[in-house]
Design a protein around this ligand. Structure first.
Ligand SMILES: NC(=O)c1ccc[n+]([C@@H]2O[C@H](COP(=O)([O-])OP(=O)(O)OC[C@H]3O[C@@H](n4cnc5c(N)ncnc54)[C@H](O)[C@@H]3O)[C@@H](O)[C@H]2O)c1
Length: 344
């Protein structure tokens, strides 16, 4: 019988509920969620109770010492990522960390170097490429149905009150680019390939937030494709498409368009078809978050499969640093007013 995978989750706050549900639901695929950890004992106890987890901790070192863990999944805010990732890798455990990978490119490089030096498994929980409609788009592109992608727009525009669940976001100095910007930039890499250079304009439209809440970027990909990648938390449009990412891609033989209603229209030659690309509403999920919740499960499943196979995840640290470098280049481009080349 194959060995079961013992998972410990660090951070039992707002977004972690999706991770806890996902790992719990992967029991039949060999996962045992054996430990949870949060600085707040109350949070850890609540998670342990909800998911019947035997190990309850307020310190990751103790969780590692007692847990006999195969995977540590870190779902804390970014200011703690470097220390926790470092500690987990030092203990020789396969490690997953939520996005954004780190507070700066240098911090991400440090974590990556540590993992590489010891040949350790390190993945970043980048989940947008695992959203059901986005996986469908990847499949369509791979099929060649619309030819080579040459132009696109990836757009995440909302006025949904994200601050009620995540009040700390108002205080982030590097805000939307490190929050949802990394997701849409990651999609640009997935759909159009690596980036040669990009330009960016940032705005702070809501005076009650510290950092930028709107980013408009233009990317030139190595393939020659151009993409416009945008995100804002200050849109006033109704109906609000939250949490949908709107996508248009034009290729050498056709085009596709993903709408807020999750309809995906694909044209090829003189044929056009529209299909429903909505995600399933998992038993523990709720609208309008279900697309995101489904993607968290898909991401955990993908990372688990790759770990079992002894291979890096597609969202490995090696891969994600390229997405983070785009985010970093966007800050630089916006500051200088010049198109900038990503450092990775
Ligand atoms: N991928 C996505 O779609 C998505 C969506 C929302 C949030 N996130 C990311 O998830 C992460 C967590 O965000 P959140 O909104 O859940 O934050 P949160 O503050 O609600 O929860 C974080 C929890 O971690 C705990 N914690 C902090 N430091 C710790 C430590 N050293 N040891 C143990 N526990 C510790 C806190 O007590 C808190 O309960 C962030 O990186 C955020 O960017 C991702």
């Amino acid at each position: 019988m194959a060995k079961r995978c013992r998972v410990g989750v660090v951070g039992c706050g707002f977004f972690s509920q999706n991770h806890l549900n996902s790992w719990h639901s992967l029991h039949a695929q060999g996962v045992d969620l054996v430990a949870v950890c949060d600085l707040s004992r109350e949070q850890a106890e609540k998670a342990a109770k909800a998911f019947s987890v035997p190990g309850i901790h307020t310190d990751m070192a103790a969780m590692i010492a007692e847990g006999d863990l195969d995977i540590v999944d870190i779902v804390t805010q970014v200011n703690s990522h470097r220390a926790l990732v470092s500690q987990s890798l030092d203990a020789g455990i396969a490690t997953i960390v939520q996005k954004p990978f780190g507070r700066s490119l240098a911090e991400c490089e440090g974590m990556l170097a540590k993992a590489q030096a010891s040949g350790q498994f390190l993945a970043v929980h980048e989940n947008f490429r695992f959203q059901h409609p986005h996986m469908m788009i990847s499949d369509i592109l791979a099929s060649g149905k619309i030819g080579d992608p040459t132009w696109g727009r990836i757009s995440f525009r909302t006025g949904y009150d994200i601050y009620s669940g995540q009040p700390y976001l108002r205080e982030e100095e590097r805000f939307i680019l490190t929050d949802v910007g990394v997701h849409v930039l990651d999609l640009a890499r997935v759909f159009f390939g690596e980036v040669h250079h990009l330009s960016a304009e940032l705005q702070r439209r809501d005076r009650d937030v510290k950092g930028e809440d709107t980013a408009t970027m233009m990317l030139r990909h190595l393939s020659g494709a151009v993409s416009v990648v945008e995100c804002t938390y200050a849109s006033q449009q109704l109906p609000d498409p939250f949490p949908a990412t709107l996508i248009e891609i034009e290729g050498t033989r056709g085009a596709l368009r993903l709408g807020a209603d999750m309809s995906l229209t694909v044209s090829s030659g003189d044929q056009s078809t529209t299909i429903n690309a909505d995600a399933a509403v998992l038993s523990w999920a709720e609208r309008p978050w279900h697309v995101v919740q489904d993607s968290v499960r898909n991401t955990c499943q993908h990372i688990l499969n790759r770990w079992k196979e002894g291979k890096p995840a597609s969202v490995s640290a090696v891969d994600n640093i390229k997405t983070y470098a785009l985010c970093d280049a966007a800050y630089e481009a916006a500051g200088s007013g010049n198109a900038t080349r990503p450092k990775h």
